[in-house]
Design a protein around this ligand. Structure first.
Ligand SMILES: Cc1cc2nc3c(=O)[nH]c(=O)nc-3n(C[C@H](O)[C@H](O)[C@H](O)COP(=O)(O)OP(=O)(O)OC[C@H]3O[C@@H](n4cnc5c(N)ncnc54)[C@H](O)[C@@H]3O)c2cc1C
Ligand code: SF4
Length: 327
């Protein structure tokens, strides 16, 4: 049965007020655009008695220039704003591209940067109705005893499928957090861990308030994604690349991926390929970074082998495209 249980909506107007409200209602969850959490409530996956709506907090809705020429983007900024803001399009085109490929227009008009980064992980055994999951004895991620994807595992392999995170990682973004113990800033990769049932390393009482990007120091950036339905779908694989060119050589490259594990991942080892001629051997080496660093499982209807192959091809195609246009 699909249903919508009753819940209270609390509407703070400042970050401090939102933190205090969570202290008074510890079971409450934060609500941004609601395009992820509302379907999950309707499916009985989460059942908070209250939602703390963040859209009334003015300071979380702004994009401002930082003193060093980078950008500070409030977590409440919508994906549609990320897609169309001229400062983002000029300096961080990969971010604008990734935002433009999330879901459909209606989702992007309300879905936010913070919600995209804090998106729940996904799995074919989890994103189902209550009756479907109950008839399957639930699973490790919620209410059950075993993982149907890897029955001997004690870890959940549900996939992190947010499009925007890898495009921020290649730009060395940091995230600002606010909670009952005050404010802190962490590197974006430190927000995540490889556990589909607990992929976020922030407290349930902490709010992601903003993302800070350093100035783009000459990187050519792009994002490429493969999905089942091009008009509206989560990434089976999403690849973000930042590269610099020096004549016919690759001067530097950073690669981050999404949809291929329970967390977005910055590929290690790309540094070692700097200052190499940009030829077929280099493209093979870029693809070769993937296999040991990702772990796609049967958490989607598309087989892991396909997601491995297609992500390698995406890396090669996107690197070629960016190298051709890089100055
Ligand atoms: C049909 C459909 C297709 C979709 N396709 C895609 C896709 O292709 N790519 C993609 O990336 N996503 C996709 N989504 C998911 C979703 O629309 C986006 O990820 C969106 O950016 C989520 O943002 P939101 O503001 O709506 O999040 P919400 O639903 O409001 O929140 C999501 C989660 O983050 C938490 N949260 C939100 N903001 C904060 C914050 N500031 N601090 C701490 N926690 C917070 C919430 O408590 C909740 O757990 C799709 C959704 C649907 C329904
Ligand atoms: S990977 Fe396993 S534990 Fe995680 S949601 Fe899927 S079936 Fe459940």
């Amino acid at each position: 049965m699909e249903y919508m249980p009753p819940f209270e909506v609390l509407k703070p107007s400042t970050i401090d007020e939102a933190v205090a409200l969570h202290g008074q209602t510890p079971e409450a969850r934060f609500l941004a655009g609601g395009t992820d959490i509302i379907p999950n409530i309707r499916r009985g996956i989460v059942a908070p008695g209250a939602l703390i709506e963040l859209s009334g907090i003015a300071e979380m809705q702004e994009i401002t220039q930082t003193e060093d020429g980078g950008l500070n983007i409030g977590a409440g900024v919508t994906l549609a704003q990320l897609e169309t803001d001229p400062r983002i399009a000029a300096a961080y085109p990969a971010i604008a591209k990734a935002a433009s490929e999330v879901a459909a227009n209606s989702h992007r008009n309300v879905g936010t940067l913070g919600g995209n980064l804090c998106l729940d992980t996904r799995c074919v055994y989890y994103n189902q109705s209550e009756w479907w999951r109950s008839s399957n004895d639930y699973c490790l991620k919620h209410r059950g005893e075993i993982c149907h994807v890897a029955p001997k595992s004690k870890r959940c392999f549900a996939a992190f499928s947010g499009d925007v995170a890898p495009t921020l990682m290649i730009m060395d973004a940091t995230v600002d957090l606010a909670g009952p113990n005050g404010r802190r800033t962490i590197a974006l990769p430190d927000l995540y861990q490889a556990d589909g049932a607990a992929h976020l390393l922030i407290g349930k009482d902490e709010i992601l308030t903003a993302v800070t990007l350093p100035p783009n120091d000459g990187w050519a950036t792009g994002y490429a994604k493969v999905r089942v339905r091009v008009s509206i779908d989560f990434p089976l694989a999403g690849i973000a690349i930042a590269l610099k060119r020096d004549g016919e050589k690759l001067k530097a490259i950073k690669i981050a991926v999404t949809g291929l594990d329970s967390q977005p991942i910055t590929l290690a080892g790309a540094d070692a390929l700097a200052n190499h001629p940009f030829d077929d051997a280099l493209l093979q080496s870029l693809e070769g970074l993937l296999p040991k660093q990702i772990q796609p499982m049967t958490s989607t209807l598309t087989p892991p082998g396909y997601r491995r192959r297609v992500s390698g091809n995406l890396i090669k195609a996107l690197a070629k495209e960016l190298f051709a246009t890089a100055g």
